[in-house]
Ligand binder design. Structure first.
Ligand SMILES: NC(=O)c1ccc[n+]([C@@H]2O[C@H](COP(=O)([O-])OP(=O)(O)OC[C@H]3O[C@@H](n4cnc5c(N)ncnc54)[C@H](O)[C@@H]3O)[C@@H](O)[C@H]2O)c1
Length: 254
């Protein structure tokens, strides 16, 4: 028996086999969870074959900036499973231009797009799926070091700071419903989202060199396994936290 036996868990934000969402999906299936996947419409062709390899997980199309699409997905999950025990929010976006110029030049529109898609979407997704979590549950989102400023991470760093604050407010609000909310602060992976950041390879190299445990940007397994723990009853008294899964880079002074 795995630690997620009989739990129905949505992973929102699968793009391809390099995604943190894919490493997480594999951990969920290995631990006995019933996986449900959501993705953007344009990615269906890539995601459906992956879902077939992950216990034939059902796939829903969901743009998290649309309350209608979130509601439609909630109906679909209710129809199929009647409930949800976990949500993994693995979603971020900022206009490419905003990730390669000085932060001070960020426009209102770029700020709004980045914050809506990368931070508010957690709140929107949880609010829309809350009626399916009457028995409590666990929500996990993915963040990246919000303490330091990095070249070109820019408005995404600001969005991640908002996301981490949201984790605390959601955890505060939803504790009485026995719903836990946590973030995993991941070391940099070789994903599509990462490649959208100019100079990402030097950020990645820095993490590899500073991590006391070392860090493999091609291995999403450590993030997936830590997320599985946060989705499981083993973390039943853990909420509102940011859990670092970065090989220890965040504590390294060199
Ligand atoms: N790449 C990094 O260095 C890094 C480090 C730590 C945390 N993270 C975070 O991990 C999460 C997953 O990113 P990833 O690195 O696996 O890359 P990824 O490109 O595989 O995943 C990002 C996902 O966001 C989805 N998305 C964007 N806009 C959306 C919208 N409007 N509606 C629905 N989905 C939308 C994309 O379709 C994609 O599947 C993100 O929150 C990212 O910021 C990434």
């Amino acid at each position: 028996m795995g630690i997620l036996q009989d739990k129905v868990i949505l992973v929102a934000g699968l793009a391809n086999e390099k995604s943190l969402a894919w490493g997480t999906s594999q951990s969920i299936v290995r631990e006995g969870g019933q996986l449900v996947i959501s993705c953007q419409e344009a990615l269906l062709g890539r995601v459906e074959p992956l879902a077939a390899k992950a216990g034939d997980a059902p796939v829903f199309v969901c743009n998290v900036n649309s309350d209608e699409e979130i509601a439609k997905m909630a109906d679909g999950i209710r129809e199929r499973f009647g409930r949800l025990d976990g949500i993994v929010h693995s979603i971020a976006f900022a206009p490419r231009e905003a990730l390669k110029k000085p932060f001070v030049e960020t426009t209102r529109e770029e700020f709004q797009i980045a914050l809506e898609t990368s931070a508010h979407s957690l709140n929107a997704l949880v609010a829309g799926l809350l009626p399916l979590m009457e028995n409590g549950g666990s929500v996990v989102t993915f963040t990246f070091d919000t303490y330091h400023a990095y070249p070109n991470y820019n408005v995404m760093g600001v969005a991640k700071a908002a996301l981490e604050a949201e984790v605390r407010y959601l955890a505060f609000n939803l504790g009485e419903r026995k719903i836990r909310v946590n973030a995993v602060s991941a070391g940099p992976p070789n994903t599509l989202a990462a490649r959208g950041i100019s100079g990402f390879s030097s950020m990645k190299q820095d993490s590899v060199e500073r991590a006391p445990l070392g860090w493999d940007p091609d291995d999403t397994g450590p993030v997936g396994d830590a997320t599985a723990y946060l989705l499981s009853d083993l973390s039943r008294a853990v909420t509102g936290t940011v859990h670092y899964v970065d090989g220890g880079t965040h504590i390294s002074g060199v």
